[in-house]
Design a binder for this molecule. Structure first.
Ligand code: GLU
Length: 283
């Protein structure tokens, strides 16, 4: 069975790019009769905020993107530690005493993965085969301490336990995939399928940011955009159904969506288009 997830970090407002990633994960799972899960990646204690978590949950619910499973990454720390200890016991990782980068003079016991330093190739559903040489990564850090995993390690452990079959996320994560595959191989976990979505770009083709206007879902809601219009517009941002039809409800999208319609090139944010989609939904 197909299982997807949206894995937002609650470190800021709910970005429109996260919403589009959530929508594609939801549509892909629902189209194939699978399960769509939400995992709040809140292991960065300093930057994660309850109010952001609430905004993510509320915002996606407002659009009708409903998850069937919910996981909070911080609650899985004992499991992360168990897996880190297993890797150390098997000599696939080692605890390294070194000087802290953030606090010079202080000694920390980070966990480093023993890197086999070879080529890693993975198939991306959107982009085809991608190869990285892993040598320059060295024995990279996977945990700040045995009970404090870093992002790459937590993602792999959680995707495994949640039985995620398809990792669908922004293309800014492509280079992370190599590290994550090396961790999967050390743990002996199956490799999920990957699909990296094109970034949402501003009109000048720079990365969409606050400079180019509103980037948070709630700002659009507060401006009066309808949830149906936002879903309809976001679906067309990076996905091409073929043909001229552009008016889709969430149910239509579940019926039609598949990853083979996802494009490689950046998807340009077009406020005028969003306004016109919204007007159609108002009528
Ligand atoms: N937590 C990551 C982020 O907010 C996503 C991780 C993933 O999808 O693998 O970008």
């Amino acid at each position: 069975m197909i299982r997807t997830r949206i894995a937002p970090s609650p470190t800021g407002r709910l970005h429109i790019g996260t919403v589009r990633t959530a929508l594609f994960n939801y549509l892909y799972a629902k189209h194939h009769g699978g399960v769509y899960a939400m995992r709040i990646e809140d292991t960065d204690k300093a930057r994660s905020k309850k109010e952001h978590e609430e905004e993510i949950i509320e915002g996606l619910a407002w659009l009708g993107i409903k998850h069937e499973e919910f996981v909070r990454q911080s609650e899985r720390l004992p499991r992360h530690q168990e897996l880190l200890e297993k890797l150390v016991a098997e000599d696939k990782a080692n605890v390294s005493e070194e000087e802290s980068k953030n606090e010079p003079g202080k000694t920390v016991s980070v966990v480093r993965l023993r890197n086999p330093s070879r080529d890693v190739t993975f198939n991306d559903i959107v982009r085809g085969d991608i190869t990285f040489h892993t040598g320059e990564l060295g024995d990279f850090v996977i945990a700040r301490a045995i009970d404090d995993p870093l992002y790459h390690f937590a993602v792999v452990a959680d995707d495994w336990d949640m039985e995620v079959t398809h990792v669908i996320r922004g293309e800014d994560h492509i280079s992370n995939t190599t590290r994550q595959i090396l961790i999967q191989e050390a743990l002996g976990t199956p490799r999920p399928f990957y699909a990296h979505l094109p970034l949402i770009l501003a009109a000048d083709r720079s990365k969409l940011s606050k400079r180019n206007g509103a980037t948070s879902l709630i700002e659009y809601r507060d401006e009066g955009f309808l949830p149906e219009a936002i879903v309809n517009y976001l679906a067309l941002l990076g996905w091409n159904p073929g043909g001229n039809e552009e008016h889709y409800s969430l149910d239509d999208l579940v019926r039609l969506f598949d990853l083979d319609g996802v494009q490689k090139g950046g998807a340009v944010w077009d406020r005028e288009k969003l306004l016109s989609v919204n007007q159609r939904w108002m009528r």
